[in-house]
Design a protein around this ligand. Structure first.
Ligand SMILES: NC(=O)c1ccc[n+]([C@@H]2O[C@H](COP(=O)([O-])OP(=O)(O)OC[C@H]3O[C@@H](n4cnc5c(N)ncnc54)[C@H](OP(=O)(O)O)[C@@H]3O)[C@@H](O)[C@H]2O)c1
Length: 360
């Protein structure tokens, strides 16, 4: 078994890690870490509000009893002895300081953005760009680390990159325009989104999000050249908004393709796209990376976010678009705290275990 530490174990994404790793056939949770606030407490005490007694468990699934009596350590004091991989679910500020410390000794699979934009750091999505894992060797060598940092994409980028991949491979892309309607849980618990601000409302700005999605999409769909990645040459423009939905990001996508294409060939390319996942036997892999629903009222976050355990991206409303050259448009729903965070990071770790980058 691969022995894992969860850093940020008390947050939304940290708890999703605990749920997803319960009974995992390859990976077991051996250590929990969070901020100074939680350090020295049992996990149960750390997520129980001392003044009100409220039990701050955020997942739909029941609390993971196996970890309730485990101690939570201060992340800055976490020892990697006896640990084979660190899953990091903390904000990018502390991640910038802590992840290199862990990576000096062991691989770190992160949901934070701290290292996503560095030249020797890939942003991996199994089934989309597994070849980018080669950069991990370069990263190790350059930085003199025994491990590495591999961050997952932003939760808004992941569904977009997954659905663009078959279009890029089959038809080429000139440009992409995307408007997101992002779930509240995407903002985390601290600082989170205030209920009074979001109820009956749409917030038209999420600081830094549009730049992240634009940059990451081009990097993920780019090609390995020498010791780095050449970004995909098509342009990406987005508007990212926050809506009153708990889980599941919805995105409206317009794309201009290089070769002409019709709705049927787009649907076929999306349905058939597997990126080598089917035969790999990774425990968290969805049966289909992309599900296409032809009901014009789908996808909807409430109905489609949990498709295939929250690991499938659901697409609908595939249409031609007359405002662009070779224009097409569609709507997607992707689960922001499952494929877009913890379970997605576990899937990446499974691929890296399979390929020998992480071992016990
Ligand atoms: N929510 C999403 O949909 C989503 C999706 C993809 C990626 N992400 C990324 O995942 C990360 C975690 O997000 P989240 O939504 O789970 O946030 P969250 O609910 O606010 O949880 C934050 C976690 O980080 C810990 N923490 C805070 N300051 C720390 C410090 N200085 N040192 C060590 N640990 C510290 C907290 O511990 P205490 O409980 O002790 O304070 C808590 O465990 C972020 O980088 C976020 O951008 C989130």
């Amino acid at each position: 078994m691969i022995r894992a530490a969860i850093v940020g174990a008390t947050g939304i994404v940290g708890q999703q890690f605990l749920v997803a790793l319960k009974g995992h056939p390859w990976i077991e949770v051996k250590a929990l870490a969070a901020s100074e606030r939680s350090a020295g407490k049992s996990y149960r005490q750390a997520i129980t509000d001392q003044s009100s007694g409220a039990f701050r468990w955020f997942c739909d699934e029941p609390p993971v009893e196996e970890v309730m009596d485990m101690p939570v350590v201060n992340a800055s004091e976490l020892s990697t002895d006896g640990i084979d991989v660190v899953f990091s679910a903390i904000d990018s500020g502390p991640a910038k300081l802590l992840e290199p410390k862990f990576a000096a000794e062991v691989p770190v699979v992160s949901t934070a953005s701290a290292f996503r934009y560095e030249d020797d750091v890939p942003i991996l999505i199994p089934g989309v760009n597994p070849d980018h894992a080669r950069l991990l060797e370069i990263q190790r060598r350059r930085r003199g680390w025994k491990g590495f940092v591999t961050p997952d994409p932003n939760c808004t980028t992941i569904g977009l990159a997954i659905t663009l991949k078959p279009l890029l491979d089959s038809f080429g892309l000139n440009s992409v325009i995307m408007t997101s309607m992002q779930a509240m849980s995407g903002a985390g618990r601290s600082p989170g989104v205030i209920g009074l601000d979001i109820l009956d409302n749409v917030i038209p700005f999420i600081p830094g999000e549009e730049e992240k999605v634009q940059h990451e999409t081009q990097k993920i769909l780019g090609t390995i050249e020498g010791d780095g990645i050449r970004p995909a040459p098509f342009t990406v423009s987005c508007t990212c908004t926050r809506v009153c939905v708990l889980e599941g990001h919805t995105e409206s996508v317009f794309a201009s393709t290089q070769k002409p294409c019709d709705v049927d060939s787009i649907v076929k390319a999306m349905r058939e796209h597997d990126g080598g996942l089917a035969g790999a036997g990774l425990p968290s892999a969805p049966k289909n990376l992309i599900l296409v629903n032809e009901d014009p009222f789908r996808p909807q976050p409430r109905l489609d976010r949990n498709n295939d355990g929250g690991m499938a991206t659901t697409v609908g409303r595939v249409r031609k678009d007359e405002a662009m050259d070779n224009g097409i448009k569609y709507v997607l729903v992707s689960h922001n705290t499952k494929m877009g965070a913890a379970r997605g990071a576990i899937l990446t770790a499974e691929m890296l275990i399979n390929d020998g980058y992480i071992s016990g």
